[in-house]
Design a protein around this ligand. Structure first.
Ligand code: COA
Length: 271
């Protein structure tokens, strides 16, 4: 595999996340281990900023999202921040969160892989489900426990979980507020791969490496076309036709088809 020259930096400006970029991959690590990486307001805002920066950075071809420590990916939205909210504040919390983080991540043109390294509960599972696909380590536990707190999933969980595992299984998980282990998540199709904890990030990087060999422009168009099928009032087939057409105007398409005909590996300019 050919990588661009090694480039590594850490964004020191964040309090609750770490951002590291190397060889075309930006790894975002949610870093509040003492609170099992629970998503408070600051963390959500920082994640938005870090995802936006990674997406705008032309050298970032894939994003890996994980949690710090060995116990949790994210143990949910920070319960201490919303325990005294009223009806309007509750709705606002869900709306803002969906806009700035969960929908935002799902609709990024840069591929996002969630590497679930432990508990992914409530907003944590919802965040993993916003990623374009998920892998997990064998200690991962996933669930939407919100009804045990007298609330429902508000960051897209009632929509994305049935999309990913089917309505009946999603209903059971939501109504029981129970957790499933990584094997069950694999069986349900909630995660694509299951590995030992020490193999999780290497696998994420390997998958990112495979993705990066392809046209980033075409991948962004493909993400948009797949997502279109899940959007209210949008015809996914029409969206696919438009996205397919868009590819024909790109330098990546010229390079990809020319390289094939010349029997050589494509060197995509990403434009
Ligand atoms: N919001 C705020 N704080 C959280 C949190 C959340 N969602 N999840 C964990 N924490 C905090 C705990 O309050 C505790 O903080 P403290 O040490 O200051 O008391 C710390 O993280 C460690 O959690 P703890 O509960 O002691 O760990 P555990 O190993 O006993 O249990 C869980 C792990 C994941 C089972 C448990 O933390 C839990 O049920 N968390 C809430 C999950 C949830 O309902 N999420 C959905 C929210 S909408």
């Amino acid at each position: 595999m050919r990588f661009p020259p090694s480039r590594k930096f850490n964004c020191m400006s964040y309090n609750n996340i770490l951002s590291e970029s190397q060889n075309g991959i930006t790894t975002l690590t949610i870093n509040r281990p003492s609170k099992l990486n629970a998503l408070n307001k600051v963390t959500i805002e920082e994640l938005h900023d870090a995802f936006a920066k990674a997406d705008q950075d032309p050298s970032t071809k894939a994003i890996i999202l994980t949690g710090s420590g060995e116990k949790a990916f994210v143990a949910g939205a920070d319960i201490s921040e919303f325990a005294d909210f009223d009806v309007a504040e509750g709705a606002n919390l869900a709306r803002q969160g969906q806009e700035i983080l969960f929908d935002f991540v799902e609709n990024l043109g840069t591929p996002v892989i969630a590497a679930v390294n432990g508990f992914a509960l409530g907003g944590g599972l919802e965040l993993a489900m916003s990623a374009h696909f998920r892998i997990a380590s064998d200690n991962a536990r996933m669930g939407l426990p919100e009804v045990s707190l007298g609330v429902i999933p508000g960051y897209g969980g009632t929509q994305r979980l049935p999309q990913l595992i089917g309505k009946g299984r999603a209903m059971e998980m939501i109504m029981t507020a129970g957790m499933i282990d990584a094997n069950t998540a694999l069986e349900y199709g909630l995660i694509n791969h299951l590995v030992a904890q020490e193999e999780l990030l290497p696998l994420a990087e390997k998958l990112a490496g495979k993705i990066m060999r392809n046209s980033s422009v075409a991948i962004a168009e493909a993400i948009g076309a797949v997502n279109a099928g899940y959007k209210e009032g949008v015809n996914g087939f029409d969206a696919e036709i438009a996205a397919f057409g868009n590819c024909f105007g790109t330098e990546d398409f010229t390079e990809g088809t020319t390289a094939f005909l010349e029997k050589r590996k494509a060197a995509f300019p990403g434009k």
